[in-house]
Design a protein around this ligand. Structure first.
Ligand SMILES: Nc1ncnc2c1ncn2[C@@H]1O[C@H](COP(=O)(O)OP(=O)(O)OP(=O)(O)O)[C@@H](O)[C@H]1O
Ligand SMILES: [Mg+2]
Length: 241
């Protein structure tokens, strides 16, 4: 039996848009486990709250309910819901990677530096970090002429490769992937599938949202299906009004 790295228990998230006096239900009653060297796939219809779960784990948002237990390399467990901002920043630097659905980047930073950044924050010399970034971008077939340009003006598929390279380069213990191949052509998707398989073999724990059922079938060791927010949301909406 492999070691569990992450346990999400009874996670829920809703949003309150105070200025519009609106209640927006998102994820509810999510339970999942992610193991070292395995991939857990999160599936469900659009709007079911899949991205919200990943953002909750990465602490982009605080959940409305539930526990998010992360098992540290030192073998103690930390509830990410109650971790301090400092602890979260350390975990993001050393342990947890997130390939978001959409890449947000600085307009003036060269692609090579965007990808090398996670290694630099780990203390690896900039030139060595850039060399490894170049290796990865080349493996992902991102044309070399783009490496010195900011990804801000890239096409969807080019951006997605930069986003992936940045997420994978430091080989995090836990990797969150939000539709990592959605904008890629079949050949490039195959390359990414190969990289995900390599990471699994090296022991990375992954929680991934996939666009295509075929990817879930090929890569997932476990599948967790989210259902859309329940009708209960209606009554909460009234309560909020
Ligand atoms: N920051 C936010 N503020 C308000 N509502 C939000 C916010 N983020 C997400 N939501 C709402 O929460 C619900 C779930 O969104 P989420 O992005 O988690 O869905 P998803 O399952 O990832 O969908 P998709 O498959 O389309 O990516 C949606 O109704 C969305 O509008
Ligand atoms: Mg999403």
């Amino acid at each position: 039996m492999r070691a569990s790295i992450l346990k999400v228990e009874n996670f829920a998230k809703h949003f309150r848009l105070h200025e519009q006096n609106k209640f927006i239900p998102s994820s509810h009653d999510v339970n999942l486990t992610v193991y070292a060297g395995e991939l857990t796939a999160l599936i469900g219809p659009t709007g079911a709250g899949k991205s919200s779960v990943l953002k909750g784990i990465y602490r982009t948002y605080l959940p409305s309910a539930g526990r998010i237990l992360y098992r540290h390399a030192l073998d103690h467990e930390i509830d990410l819901v109650h971790a301090s901002d400092h602890q979260i920043l350390e975990l993001r630097r050393c342990d947890i990677g997130f390939v978001t659905q959409f890449l947000h980047c600085l307009p003036r930073q060269a692609t090579l530096d965007v990808v090398a950044h996670p290694l630099v924050t780990l203390g690896i010399a900039r030139e060595e970090a850039r060399r490894r970034a170049a290796e990865l971008l080349s493996a992902m077939n991102l044309p070399e002429r783009l490496w010195s340009v900011s990804p801000a003006t890239f096409s969807g598929g080019e951006r997605q490769r930069v986003n992936l390279a940045r997420g994978l380069i430091a080989r995090p213990r836990l990797l969150l992937l939000d539709e990592p191949t959605a904008s890629l052509d079949p050949a490039t998707s195959e390359i990414v599938i190969g990289l995900i398989e390599d990471l699994k073999a090296q022991g990375t724990a992954m929680l991934a949202i996939f666009h295509h059922p075929e990817l879930t079938r090929r890569l997932a060791d476990r599948v967790v299906e989210l259902s859309p927010p329940p009708a209960l949301a209606k009554s909460l909406e009234k309560e909020c009004a």
